[in-house]
Design a protein around this ligand. Sequence first.
Ligand SMILES: [Zn+2]
Length: 369
Amino acid sequence: MPQDASIPAAILSSTTISNEDRYSRQMLFPGIGKAGQQKLASAHVAIIGVGATGAASASLLARAGVGTLTLIDRDFVEPSNLQRQVLFDEADALESLPKAEAARRKIALFNSGVVVHAHIADLVPANIAELLSSADLILDATDNFETRYLINDFAVQQAKPWIYAAAIGAYAATMNILPPGCTPDPLSPIPVPYSPTACLACIFPKPPTGPVETCDTSGILSTAVNLAASIQVTEALKFLTGQSNLMRRSLLSFDLWTSERSEISTSQPRPGCTVCGQRQFTHLAGEGRPHITLCGRNSVQIHEHHRPVDFSAMRDRLSPHGTVRFNDLLLRFERPPHTLTLFADGRAIIQGTTDVTLARSLYARFIGS
Ligand SMILES: [Zn+2]
């Protein structure tokens, strides 16, 4: 058929990909089918952290046809991310594009039918309800237990399921959390009865000290990240298609280098758990954490004041003191040995130190207090 010369080629190509075609192989899989595919299209998943695991999980969910994704990340793309963070490219790293926005743009290139809400933000008690309330399922792709405890508090309080995932070295770990009272199939008119699992605090009353939670890591294999994401997203697909009865009820960990595997049962909440048993949500009630050392990054995040920043005015102010570049999303101020990256909400990441006192003084001196 001859093409209509008045219609640009890009529009023609984007309108010729049907969902029947796009998802044909996935719908052939008996666990999904046409009915499952329709449920995925109306589902909404939030991913906390769009680094290695989060980018892989976001890519898998978007390609699988999950209709709406909320992506939350506080960081920007760096060259050292490209080895394992599958949604980013060299241009993103050279531009220091915020990861949430870079991920949104990349997903639009391979599945324009997915609605992506990108939030360049740190998940804290003050914004968690606004960012996560409308999601059917929450995927953890953070690098720290403080945020995971916050997610756990919110998920248990709101009876919303979430999936823990972590990767370090050649090691991946993941666990499904189905809190008491959680509706197993939010998209089904007939709720399927199920018993709740342990929550994160049942299994880890205190942050673990094992290899997964060590900031001073010597490295990570991309394959470990993709294993964690693959398991996490497969469990998500079971939940979103109304098959929570098939979800694994264990904390699973696997070392791809040594092939060591371990599994701890999570099928029962721990009696006396302060979160899911006594419903004490101390992380949710906290003030958040404006000043933190970023895991393994030689960087500190500072959030001294919450007000919009005028990047043009800031450029004029900072130019006499160092090199300044900015775009719509962030401002980069280089003054060796430190680099200060300022976001539109006043939050900053200061690279070149892990000393919070020094970072705070740099912020006060150059950004203001
Ligand atoms: Zn618990």
